[in-house]
Design a protein around this ligand. Sequence first.
Ligand code: 6PG
Length: 243
Amino acid sequence: KFRSAQMVSAWSEELVERLAADMQEAAEAAVREGGVFHLALSGGSTPLALFHRLVLRHFSFPWRDTHIWMVDERCVPLTETESNFHSMHEHLLQHVRIPYYNIHPMPVQLNQRLCVDEDGGAQLYEKEISRLVNVSSFHFVLLGVGYDGHTASLFPGGKLNETGGSLVALTESPIKPHQRMSLTFSAINRARTVALLVMGKGKHELVTQLSRVKDNLEKYPVTWVKPNNGRLVWYIDYDALLG
Ligand code: 6PG
């Protein structure tokens, strides 16, 4: 599985520093080329260490020209601690000089309701991506992977190939909060670079399983991360790799 992609591994601190440096390099290249860097970030706990590293790059990272997008969001108010945006704001956004109009939270709450299909929050986000991101292709997408092989909010058994090419969808999670909004594989696989960050002994079993399985959307949605023209880099720390 890992053969078709690149893999970087190190102890967690070094790994996260390497990822922060690679992200900055991608940001600088994108800004040189087109004046803007479109970065989509995942929620969960693994990216927090990376966010802290990025904050240390406060002065050198091209924050002013960076747009922050969300890979997924839990359908809770943005003020709740379970909200991915909330934690992104706490751990990263409030510490760096990024213009507020460059920040794109997922519209999970509309008309005082949370993730209701008819409210069209997913379509709204898709429109915003199409309006601002050249050919809807993010420069860099940061993903994590859950113990059950999910990535973004794309869970096993979730009818994931029925999204008909949309970039954003409402999805269901087996773990709370159940309702989610997520980028789809169509959006993720358009990216120039996809980074999959996996850390901790708890992920060792999963990493071992993933190194053996063929693509299996039903069981391991993460195996469907296959950028069309971009590159995929797995960042796996020694704890996750060696157990
Ligand atoms: C979320 C995520 C999700 C996450 C994995 C890994 O909102 O939960 O974006 O896909 O990346 O569940 O989560 P941990 O980093 O907490 O293990």
